[in-house]
Design a protein. Sequence first.
Length: 475
Amino acid sequence: MSITAFSGILRTSQVFLPDYEGILYPKERKVLSGQVGSFLDHARKSPTGETPEILLVPAGEYVHIGGLLADAYSQVNENIYDAIVIIAPSTDPQQKGITIFPGKYFRTLLGVLSASDPLAQTLIDEQSELFSISNSGFAGNYHIEVQLPFILEVFGNIDILPLAVGNLDSQEIHEAVSAIAGLKEERNVLYIVVTNPEESLSYQNMESVQLYWEIANLKTDAFLENEKPDDSERVSEQFLFGLGIELAKKIDATYSEIYRMNNNIGISGTPGHFMTYISAGFYSDQNADIRFEPGLTNEEIRYLLYYAYYLVQKRLVKAVDRPYIPSYILNKNLGVHVAIVKDGELIGSGAELFSHRPISELLESSIDYALFSDPVTGSIDLNRLKGANLRLTFVGRARRIFTHEVIPEHGLLYMKSGNSSSMAFCRVGRHADARVFRDLCLRAGLLYNCYEDEMTEIYHFETETGNIVLEFNFE
């Protein structure tokens, strides 16, 4: 094996070769290129048009994660980056510190990517005891491998620097984050953190609402304060989430956007093992607080009301023409609460508040629930539906609140305790009344003071509402 020196880095002739062709993704070049291209063509691009500083992406079979990868990679402006740093868990359970692959090249079916020697040299100069050139952690590392076809398809022949993260103590986490964040001082770097939240069974599985909260609000307690895995297990996936969020804060990211979250995906060849996959991005914006607002104009609300009206018709009336709705509106990343009211009485409701999918999909599922599945009202009597008021409440990002805080006078409150949950709209004049929390507990079928339990989570959503009357025949 030959060794070459570049910028002080000793590189071997070793090449990072794919191990999962035909297993996690197609083994034929044309088929793979077509599949990646199709995923990207159907990606859900954020309507904000802003470019993230860090991408948080999953790893696994393309049949499960291809759409999520495409959603993430479609958010970036491929022309502004000089290099990509990939941060992935090591496959070596004994590894300490962070390793850099000794070879110069990373081969895929779609082409070859080159390692960035200047960035590697910077890390070693900065923290030689923490970063090292080694094969450790790269053997069979599918977290890195499945990213490469998408990187080639989106960015072309851009320099990359994959890092395999082993076990780190709290001081090493701080040092690693500082060193990696410092790479932006040299080049315009895109960071890609690759991790699946439930891959390591040694960590308590996080529920999707908690996961959403931690990422949306750049919190790391649930990721970094767990007991470390022992030497028989490789580094935890949740640990990588925490590392990614700490990196986001270090480079002054102020908010995140979750593009998509897929829950309870069965893993091929592993009966009974279910995964949660998530794709998200971290952004820098001094006006981050506006992200809590739904941000809809009156015209956009009208369009969504027309679309909701159409969805009700489609479920109940044959041969309904779909109205024209601008696609950017249907792809907005918002939550929604649907209420059907007749003569002042609620006759059906449904909600999807934590927006992991486009608003068009959330509207359809929430309306179906309100019409046919609401456990309180049951399936709606169609005779009562005509002339009913269809009320849509759109919500922005969740902001967690605590019982000692002043309750907002406007918006929507959502409480979750274990498997039980409830919601209520805020009212003027009740912002300092503990009865609001007691009501939420009772609505969830729990003890009136369950809100005092530290495991109970309460969220507030800013809201915007629109109404439309259901006036059509069901014959």
